[in-house]
Design a protein around this ligand. Structure first.
Ligand SMILES: Nc1ncnc2c1ncn2[C@@H]1O[C@H](COP(=O)(O)OP(=O)(O)OP(=O)(O)O)[C@@H](O)[C@H]1O
Length: 273
């Protein structure tokens, strides 16, 4: 049995990109263990390497140094065990919501399950995000928030070991964003998913996560601090945003992250390398 506290292990990972001016070092010496069922937020200033790190976990890129392990197995490329939700939903416009979800389900379970079972999985995932009523609508007929929920349903329907989210609510208005954050809390409570989420939003990070991983400014960014949010995990207790506004632990976490971002890592705009 693999060690549950290191479900995902990021071991001394570095990432460089070849550029015309030579190698650009985006990340160095990144070390992190993530436990099964944990919710991790990745935060840091623009361009520090959050997406680069998430893409490494997704297997979309290979580290230049170090190794990533999921349940003690080295990650080599993308796989259905890690579903990714991007900022832009990337749904196929000519397919209905149900067909979009079904497509992902078929890719993962098509070889082993019957059609009726596949459809059941897709319907259950749409139900989980509260979109059963929109199953026959096409992406062009639904709102931005609903499209993002279909994207989340599609990821969940694959029954991944990890849900990787890159600013999933970044393009939404504040009210829709709040609604989807609440929905994500309920989904995490219902599924026990292990989540890694990139965000720019300090409140989103504190509201949703167990630990907030803060990256230093790039180039050659690394983990500067890891803040454990001293609140019961979302999978055990829903966090009411109105209550959080007066909760001392919530406010202390918020302050710790703001202190890191705007004091310890005050961002100096630089010419891109
Ligand atoms: N394929 C690439 N080739 C060269 N440089 C790259 C490549 N991908 C990313 N970078 C550089 O690596 C650094 C980290 O980029 P990344 O997109 O991971 O940052 P981020 O923290 O997610 O940014 P944002 O918050 O603005 O989305 C940036 O300086 C970026 O320009």
């Amino acid at each position: 049995m693999s060690n549950p506290s290191r479900f995902l292990r990021i071991e001394d990972v570095g990432m460089s990109f070849p550029t015309r001016k030579g190698d650009f070092v985006a990340l160095r010496n990144v070390r992190l263990d993530v436990a099964r069922g944990e919710f991790i937020a990745l935060i840091g200033h623009s361009g520090c390497g959050k997406s680069t790190l998430l893409n490494l976990v997704a297997g979309l890129t290979t580290p230049t140094s170090g190794v990533l392990l999921l349940e003690d197995r080295e990650l080599r490329g993308p796989g259905p065990d890690r579903a990714v939700v991007f900022q832009n939903h990337s749904l196929l416009p000519w397919m209905t919501c149900l067909e979009n979800v079904l497509l992902a389900v078929e890719r993962v379970f098509g070889a082993t399950e019957k059609k009726a079972q596949l459809k059941e999985r897709a319907l259950a995932a749409l139900n989980l995000v509260g979109l059963s009523h929109a199953r026959d609508k096409r992406p062009g007929e639904i709102s931005g928030g609903m499209k993002q929920r279909v994207g989340i349903a599609r990821a969940l329907a694959m029954a991944p070991k990890m849900l990787l989210m890159d600013e999933p609510f970044g393009a939404l208005d504040a009210l829709t964003r709040a609604k989807l954050q609440d929905e994500l809390m309920r989904i995490v409570a219902a599924t026990g998913s292990t989540v890694m989420m990139v965000t720019h939003d300090v409140d989103e990070a504190v509201l949703l996560s167990d630990r907030i991983v803060m990256l230093t400014n790039g180039p050659a960014a690394t983990i500067g601090e890891v803040h454990r949010v001293p609140l019961p995990p979302v999978r055990e207790a829903f966090r009411q945003r109105l209550e959080m506004a007066h909760n001392a632990d919530y406010l202390a976490s918020r302050e710790a992250v703001l202190e890191f971002l705007y004091h310890k890592q005050a961002h100096v705009e630089k010419e891109a390398a």
